[in-house]
Write a protein that binds this ligand. Structure first.
Ligand code: MLT
Length: 310
């Protein structure tokens, strides 16, 4: 069988597929006609977040059995079209949860203490000790928007470091929130009103798209925003403006509505907005986990066995 990999995944996953006798081909950064050609004779397609798996791509993949998403978010895959074409879509929702939670913690501290800004100043020859008065997170309230797998790991870590927790998630029970030491807010507004810092952990869906706009940001009043989940959930120009005007103290953003991010994106222009290029899942352990889990799903689909997380 031919497996086409269009976003880089860890070797361990590709080796597992080759060891089972399959032909693994890579075609990174392909789009348009080149992607349609590459997928034409593939039996499986493996992607991360870079490849848009549209109706057209699925229609071109005449022999496609499965699309494996080596990661959590499936917002780059047209699930309805896959169902129509009889193609299985499976993600790997466990393997990079800890990596994403750790990146969120790192970004939270980095923005609260202006670490990238201070680093840049010192590298530029300035000892700007008097200019960086940070925020102590101990005793502050963290608002977690989305208390799913990653949100829960963030709750454990930042709760353990002395933050009070309030969460908004219409799909989680009061009991589970209690176990994590988080108060469950009745709605997003309550969560924002109570938080000193919010962190986003929802998927990008029609329900969450542009969920945090100017009005929502105004409720945070002098707080911070962290987003290591998905771009498109927060209104980027509104966030840039709120930090620039000093209505928010800072923001730490790993994900963008358009990726790779356009250099004109206003978030790249504001000193107190720190940014990373969608690195939440980028650890060796996480990449190996999701690549091997995805390879196992492809192998199960080829054998006609049930596929996990399909
Ligand atoms: C995910 O959804 O798992 C992450 O965004 C990982 C990735 O970069 O593909």
């Amino acid at each position: 069988m031919k497996v086409l990999v269009t976003d880089p995944i860890a070797d361990a996953g590709m080796q597992r597929l080759r060891a089972a006798g399959h032909d693994v081909e890579t075609a990174y950064d392909v789009e348009g006609e080149a992607l349609l050609d590459a997928v034409a004779d593939a039996n499986a397609l493996i992607v991360r977040s870079g490849t848009e798996v549209t109706d057209e791509v699925l229609a071109a993949g005449n022999d496609l059995v499965i699309v494996g998403r080596a990661g959590i978010g499936v917002d780059n895959i047209d699930i309805d079209a896959a169902t129509e074409h009889g193609v299985i879509v499976a993600n790997a929702p466990e393997g990079n949860v800890r990596a994403a939670a750790e990146h969120t913690v790192a970004m939270t501290f980095a923005t609260a203490r202006s670490i990238p800004q201070a680093h840049a100043r010192l590298r530029g020859g300035e000892w700007a000790k008097g200019e960086f008065l940070g925020t102590e997170l101990n005793g502050k309230t963290l608002g977690i928007v989305g208390l799913g797998r990653v949100g829960q790991e963030v709750a454990k870590r930042l709760g353990g470091l002395g933050m009070n927790l309030v969460a908004f998630d219409p799909y989680i029970s009061e009991e589970r929130a209690d176990q994590l030491g988080a108060d469950l807010a009745d709605d997003l507004e309550e969560c924002l009103d109570r938080a000193d810092l919010i962190t986003i952990h929802t998927p990008l869906t029609p329900e969450t798209e542009n969920m945090i706009g100017e009005e929502e940001l105004a409720r945070l009043d002098d707080g911070y925003v962290v987003n290591c989940a998905r771009g498109g959930i927060i209104d980027e120009p509104a966030l840039a403006e709120a930090v620039e005007d000093g209505r928010l103290k800072g923001a730490a953003i790993d994900v963008f509505a358009e990726e790779p991010v356009d250099q004109d994106n206003p978030l790249l222009d504001v000193d107190d907005v720190i940014v990373t290029p969608h690195l939440g899942a980028s650890t060796e352990a996480a990449q190996e986990n999701v690549a091997t889990a995805t390879a196992d799903q492809v192998l199960a689909a080829f054998r006609g066995e049930p596929v996990m997380n399909a």
